[in-house]
Write a protein that binds this ligand. Structure first.
Ligand SMILES: *[C@@H]1O[C@H](CO)[C@@H](O)[C@H](O)[C@H]1NC(C)=O
Ligand SMILES: *[C@@H]1O[C@H](CO)[C@@H](O)[C@H](O)[C@H]1NC(C)=O
Ligand SMILES: *[C@@H]1O[C@H](CO)[C@@H](O)[C@H](O)[C@H]1NC(C)=O
Ligand SMILES: *[C@@H]1O[C@H](CO)[C@@H](O)[C@H](O)[C@H]1NC(C)=O
Ligand SMILES: *[C@@H]1O[C@H](CO)[C@@H](O)[C@H](O)[C@H]1NC(C)=O
Length: 298
């Protein structure tokens, strides 16, 4: 049988590979050969590094600190609710304070920066129903830009000021809705502010079978009146340019929602410039969530 040892060809001359004292070769190369190789790689890597730094520098020069270089044009932003619950479900028991305290706490924290005192301190009182335009004049930046007051008190029954539980205890919960920020977006024209409407969500219960909880949703109240996102809060110029920006909110209060049953709700934006998503983008300009308020009879 062939053995590995036997396969080795003996050339007769056995030169040590690691260090050859006869030719002064180290790992098969002389000192000058090694030197050239090292020099080559040194120059090569310095060149590569230089290229990298240069392209990075040129790229950064083209970026603007204050606004994104690339942004999809006129996409309708998504909407979000507060409190969000777990998986967009607001579930609680009117008799169990702990079960809705977390929602009230979330809203308290969220609305803290909207306190009238802070709004008056940080922001301007703007003329409503007009865009608050603060363009830069050419290269001269008009920064930082001012923002408009959104007083917590404009949310009235849903402000948490008069009713510390935001209606949760009475089975008339408030849900806050916000439109995701898009820099430069103009959400309405001809002085018409976009507004939110909520209703029963159409959902699938089987193959080709749809259902909606229209009878269960009850009457709704919107704050500010008509559920508008006033035009004065737009356009948004970005976090860096508009330091004290307070995102406008709409609160929806469920005045007579059915208890002890799931209610699937969908809220959407109504605007004369933004389109709500169709089949292609279900989340554009709309948000849906589930409410289930348990209230034991005794
Ligand atoms: C905001 O107002 C609420 C209710 O009026 C109050 O409890 C809270 O302490 C205020 N927060 C700040 C930061 O002023
Ligand atoms: C916000 O509230 C303060 C007083 O709390 C009031 O002076 C101010 O006009 C209000 N701002 C707006 C925009 O309603
Ligand atoms: C933001 O709020 C701070 C604190 O009240 C205020 O000093 C500053 O002038 C505000 N900045 C802008 C751009 O509105
Ligand atoms: C709410 O909408 C109604 C009807 O469109 C309008 O007459 C009313 O002025 C609006 N209220 C506010 C505060 O915008
Ligand atoms: C509340 O809703 C129930 C049905 O869910 C209805 O019978 C009742 O009349 C409603 N109450 C008011 C004040 O709308």
């Amino acid at each position: 049988m062939n053995n590995k040892e036997d396969e080795r060809v003996d050339t007769g001359v056995k030169e040590p590979y690691f260090w050859n004292p006869r030719t002064h070769e180290f790992l098969g190369r002389t000192a000058s050969s090694w030197g050239l190789i090292l020099l080559f790689y040194l120059v090569f890597y310095i060149f590569l590094g230089g290229m990298f730094v240069l392209t990075m520098y040129v790229m950064l020069l083209t970026l603007d600190d204050y606004k994104p270089t690339y942004q999809d044009r006129l996409v309708t932003p998504g909407m979000m609710i507060r409190p969000r619950g777990e998986a967009m479900e607001i579930l609680y028991n009117t008799k169990d304070t702990e079960s809705f305290d977390i929602y009230a706490q979330t809203l308290n924290n969220f609305l803290e920066s909207y306190n009238n005192s802070l709004q008056v301190q940080n922001n301007d009182e703007c003329p409503p129903d007009n865009y608050f335009i603060q363009e830069d004049s050419g290269e001269v930046r008009n920064n930082p830009k001012r923002s408009c007051q959104f007083n917590r008190s404009t949310l009235e029954e849903c402000s948490g000021i008069t009713d510390r539980t935001y209606g949760y205890q009475k089975g008339q919960p408030c849900v806050l809705i916000k439109l995701n920020r898009v820099i430069g977006m103009l959400p309405g024209k001809d002085g018409q502010s976009p507004y939110v409407t909520c209703g029963a969500k159409r959902y699938k219960v089987g193959q080709d079978e749809w259902k909606e909880d229209s009878d269960a949703i009850g009457e709704l109240a919107y704050y500010p009146p008509n559920g508008t996102f006033n035009l004065m809060y737009f356009p948004y110029y970005g976090k860096k340019a508009q330091l004290n920006y307070s995102q406008p909110l709409v609160a929806v209060k469920f005045l007579n929602i059915s208890l002890n049953t799931d209610v699937n709700v969908e809220c959407k934006i109504n605007s004369n410039t933004l389109k709500t998503g169709g089949e292609r983008d279900k989340f554009a300009g709309r948000v849906s969530f589930k409410l289930r308020i348990t209230s034991p009879k005794n």
